[in-house]
Ligand binder design. Structure first.
Ligand SMILES: C[S@@+](CC[C@H](N)C(=O)[O-])C[C@H]1O[C@@H](n2cnc3c(N)ncnc32)[C@H](O)[C@@H]1O
Length: 461
């Protein structure tokens, strides 16, 4: 990267390091955003952070709906806790529930405030375009999926952060010039790495706007209010804690934030001499082999990749749930050599207000790019038959099974009239020759339990 004068649309990040996430072409400044001439699309800058999703409007609409969902859920929780508080007979229970109700309502307001940069943008959903590009946000990730990581980063003290910093720092070259963190979360590690080498460009990319806006605010020295809801509260007070995240020493210039999808990284090939993936490679819905090839492309020759965190691959394909030994082979196949591996047991997400906390045996792998990886296709998340309307939908075996269950569930639902019992419904199932009565009784009960549980827990992202 060459140094240029501060460009507000990139938060000071040199423009020549950025690339269009759709075509990898160069970006230019345009109005208040960044423009790709080849694709004729402008990427906005929200809250001072470039929004470099391949279909920016659709990503904005999706994140908006996810955060509005979280806000609604939080407000509903507040109402529910308040109702339960007024029905509670014990004073201590009433106090706890009132505290929880107040905190859930305050949390909704805090989210709205932090995510305010998303609110004012025009909504142009373009879901079809989004699908045509076969990109979408990971379906399982909500706006507050990594809520605990935020407080760990900026509120619970230094132990966990310092341990991570020491391990990653030791695995990196002494003074990288251009360092990228993919899946940087709320950004404490990026901030700390930048602090230890303030002359480098440090780029923190994440897909989640809540995390990135919080990181960017704190790095600039602006405090952020955000309630904590410990998993296993130690006391009644710990059920909900008003927290103010603070950072007294703003980051030196050169720490940059980017919102985007690491599977479509919006950077030029060879833009970085060091790259860290903290707690990342095993949580993305992408084979490690593909992730490694993408990372190879972003690094310059002899660039260093540091993998840090767990190797708990959750892929639906067993073949992609790699052991450490296999992971090292996969990395080597993607053009990296001389991997240096350390394994260390560290505390993980241990809130001082929670009885819950983990110890994880983390790996730190540092490997050098020794050759270019084989080119890989652009990331897609959906098969063609789901994107295009004119292709036959394949009769997958899972669809066949689902079709049978759906018919049975529909029949059960049609029998629910507020009068029939489980036994009466089971008798009808037997009469329709769908199932013997004894089996039907258990099947109907299980189905109703599932429906009942879902109605109580609500939908969760
Ligand atoms: C397990 S968390 C780790 C976060 C952070 N490194 C930490 O240690 O707290 C995984 C992170 O990856 C981010 N993430 C998930 N999928 C992503 C994607 N496709 N592109 C960029 N970030 C992604 C999540 O938002 C989350 O911040």
């Amino acid at each position: 990267m060459t140094d240029v004068s501060i460009e507000p649309r990139t938060g000071g990040l040199p423009l020549d390091s950025l690339a269009c996430p759709r075509c990898d072409g160069a970006l230019d400044t345009a109005g208040t955003g960044l423009h790709c001439n080849g694709c004729n699309i402008t990427f906005p800058v929200l809250g001072g952070v470039p929004w470099l999703f391949s279909e920016p409007n659709a990503a904005l609409a999706e994140w908006r709906s996810r955060y509005q969902y979280t806000i609604e859920r939080s407000n509903q929780d507040a109402v529910r806790a308040r109702n339960e508080a007024s029905a509670a007979t014990r004073g201590s229970t009433r106090n706890r529930l009132t505290r929880l109700a107040d905190a859930r309502a305050a949390f909704a307001a805090e989210l709205s405030s932090i995510l305010e940069p998303l609110a004012g943008q025009p909504s142009d959903t373009a879901v079809e375009t989004h699908l045509a590009l076969k990109t979408r946000l990971p379906p399982g990730q909500g706006i507050d999926t990594y809520h605990a990581n935020i407080h760990r980063d900026w509120c619970w003290g230094d132990e966990e952060n310092q341990t991570s910093l020491d391990l990653v720092r030791a695995a990196l070259p002494e003074s990288p010039q251009n360092l990228l963190l993919l899946g940087a979360g709320a950004g404490r590690l990026a901030f700390d790495l930048h602090r230890t080498n303030p002359n480098q460009h440090t780029v923190a990319l994440d897909i989640n706007p809540l995390l990135v806006f919080i990181g960017a605010n704190l790095a600039a020295g602006h405090p952020v209010a955000l309630h904590e809801f410990p998993l296993a509260p130690k006391t009644a007070t710990d059920v909900a804690l008003p927290r103010v995240l603070e950072n007294a020493t703003p980051a030196a210039p050169g720490l940059h934030w980017v919102l985007g999808d690491a599977m479509r990284p919006p950077f030029q090939a060879g833009a970085f001499d060091a790259l860290v993936t903290p707690w990342f490679v095993d949580i993305v819905d992408q084979d490690l082999a593909t992730t490694a090839a993408r990372i190879n492309r972003l690094l310059e020759p002899q660039g260093c990749w540091v993998i840090f965190g767990s190797l708990a691959f959750g892929s639906p394909e067993y073949a992609q749930r790699y052991s450490l030994e296999e992971s090292l082979e996969v990395i080597a196949d993607a053009g990296f050599e001389r991997p240096d591996v350390t394994e260390t047991t560290i505390p993980y997400l241990c809130s001082p207000a929670s009885r819950h906390g983990r110890r994880e045996q983390v790996v730190t792998i540092s490997a050098m790019k020794s050759r270019e990886a084989e080119p890989i296709e652009r990331h897609t998340t959906l098969p063609d038959w789901l994107v295009r309307s004119n292709l036959a939908v394949p009769l997958l075996s899972s669809f066949e099974t689902q079709a049978i269950s759906t018919r049975i569930y529909a029949f059960i639902m049609s029998m629910i009239d507020g009068k029939r019992s489980i036994a009466e419904m089971a008798k009808q199932m037997e009469e329709q020759q769908l199932m013997p009565k004894a089996e039907a009784d258990a099947a109907i009960r299980n189905f109703l339990i599932k429906m009942y549980d879902e109605s109580r827990s609500g939908m969760r992202y």
